[in-house]
Design a protein around this ligand. Structure first.
Ligand code: PXP
Length: 240
């Protein structure tokens, strides 16, 4: 297994498909192409309002020969769907109907009593649970206390250029390791900003969607994934 995995989020292929109400472009076909190009996993977010990925997409993604990471809110409905589908991993995210994208991390510290049963049920179904959290020590401690094996650090503030955010992410990756948590990262990553995050030794997986799908319009999905992979590998070897 690679030291730093790349997961492609195919939500925005579904966004484009749904804009016309037909079948094209198919997010599952995009996932198949990405797997053929060597991506390490596929991520898809089943939202409460089904604005992009739909239930049938998830079932087809689950049948592909790459690990499926299902992003989901910790609701009764989603937990039941995940337990029936049994994806490789489930990443619990906060979800607000009106948001354009997942705007902030999960409040694992403030909502631990609500999250605990969802994490227990998903884990009992053999699903690897990760919590999408801000790079905040209290959130990491809460994730560890809840028994989640993985945290995904929200890189949105870093991608938006907030000062000191890379250092916060670096400290959070170290802290996660000290708590025995596997560390992933994602949100807003692109060719220009991926290097310093890929270089963090504790980070094991990046999940990237919007930029890769958007850039594929210009370069094609295969070349875009190859370039992202090369940038990740170079950063890892160079140790920014
Ligand atoms: N990781 C998580 C948990 C997310 O919610 C998202 C956005 O759906 C991503 C990664 C990917 O973010 P982006 O589409 O900005 O690359």
């Amino acid at each position: 297994m690679r030291a730093l995995r790349l997961g492609l989020n195919v939500d925005h292929v579904a966004t484009l498909r749904n804009a016309r109400g037909g079948l094209h472009p198919d997010p599952v076909a995009a996932a198949e192409l990405a797997i053929a190009c060597g991506v390490d996993g596929i991520t898809a977010h089943l939202r409460e309002d089904r604005r992009h990925i739909r239930d049938a997409d998830l079932r087809r993604l689950r049948a592909l020969p790459a690990p499926l990471n299902m992003e989901m809110a910790a609701t009764e409905e989603m937990v039941a769907i995940a337990c029936a589908l049994r994806p490789h991993a489930a990443c619990l995210v906060p979800e607000r109907r009106a948001e354009v994208t997942t705007e902030g991390g999960l409040d694992a510290a403030g909502q631990s009593e609500a999250l605990r049963p969802a994490i227990a049920r998903l884990s009992a179904a053999g699903i690897r649970v990760s919590l999408f959290v801000d790079p905040d020590p209290a959130q990491l401690a809460a994730a560890a206390a809840l028994g989640a094996p993985v945290v995904e650090l929200h890189t949105g503030a870093y991608a938006n250029g907030r000062a000191g955010e890379r250092e916060r992410l670096a400290a959070a990756a170290r802290h996660a390791a000290s708590l025995g948590l596997e560390c992933h990262a994602g949100h807003g990553l692109n060719f220009d900003n991926v290097g310093p995050i890929a270089a963090l030794p504790g980070v094991r997986e990046l999940n990237i969607g919007h930029f890769l799908i958007g850039q594929a319009v210009f370069d094609g999905l295969g070349p875009v994934l190859a370039r992202m992979r090369a940038l990740m590998d170079a950063a890892r070897e160079g140790g920014h």
